[in-house]
Design a binder for this molecule. Structure first.
Ligand SMILES: O=C[C@H](O)COP(=O)(O)O
Length: 251
């Protein structure tokens, strides 16, 4: 089965509502009818609805950068998948390393979010990745294994059909240091082998695994040429229409 390439732009804490609308209009103009790749953009919460209005009849999909694993209730300051869906989202990024590090999110908490997202009919993009220290200490595979196993606990094979995984080595995020295509391919192949072990070969075969970490117009082609790389989660380069468009149009 062919995995449709997915290119996602994580705008992180950037762009006001006006700026988000402007960037969305530029992307709509260049990418609004692209159908051979899935395109996802993740603005800040406050801009979600305004961006949704712009891209809603196009092939560009909307993601939130986080959520809380509840539906409604006394959860001051949080947003649940239900509200993200109400704002126009189809995807939710879960467990980004910035949240794991700055907000101490655990694999167990991330797993609850993942289940909440799926139950609300949205699709999760689960981020995993090792630090430089962990890589240098030879712990990379162990860390990835833990993040995958604990992050995907209790998911059925049917639910796995909605899950996208993003491998983002922390040392490559925002640093300009991309993992080499070989390093990325090695991690992606390992993640796929874990999916086979935990679920089955069709889950392993169908699940899209994105690479993230300093993806730019000049390295996307080589990354996408790797067997187990099915797309990219792009930070910095997704803030400039020209760069993101080129990344989506990888060769
Ligand atoms: O979610 C995106 C990643 O954190 C990558 O960010 P970056 O492309 O700025 O390195």
């Amino acid at each position: 089965m062919m995995r449709k390439p997915l290119i996602a732009g994580n705008w992180k804490l950037n762009k006001t509502i006006n700026e988000s609308q402007q960037l969305s209009r530029q992307l709509l103009e260049s990418l609004g009818t692209v159908s051979n790749r899935e395109i996802v953009i993740a603005p800040v919460f406050t801009a979600l609805n305004a961006v949704s209005e712009i891209i809603k009849s196009s092939s560009i999909l909307l993601a939130a950068q986080n959520c809380y694993p509840a539906t409604t209730g006394a959860f001051t300051g949080e947003l649940s998948p239900l509200f993200l869906q109400d704002a126009g989202c189809q995807y939710v990024i879960i467990g980004h390393s910035e949240r794991r590090q700055l907000l101490h999110e655990t694999n167990a908490f991330i797993n609850q979010k993942l289940i909440g997202v799926i139950q609300a009919g949205l699709k999760p993009i689960l981020c995993i990745g090792e630090t430089l220290q962990q890589r240098e200490d030879g712990q990379m595979l162990e860390i990835l294994g833990q993040q995958i196993k604990e992050g995907l606990v209790d998911l059925t094979t049917d639910q796995m059909a909605t899950v996208v995984i993003a491998y983002e080595p922390i040392w490559a995020i925002g640093t300009g240091k991309t993992a080499s295509s070989e390093q990325a391919q090695e991690a992606h192949a390992y993640i796929r082998s874990l999916l086979q072990e935990i679920f089955n070969s069709s889950v392993a075969e169908q699940t899209r695994i994105l690479y993230g970490g300093s993806v730019k117009p000049d390295n996307i082609d080589t990354l996408m040429a790797q067997t187990d790389i099915d797309g990219a989660l792009v930070g910095g380069a997704s803030l400039k229409a020209e760069d993101f468009v080129r990344i989506v149009r990888f060769l």
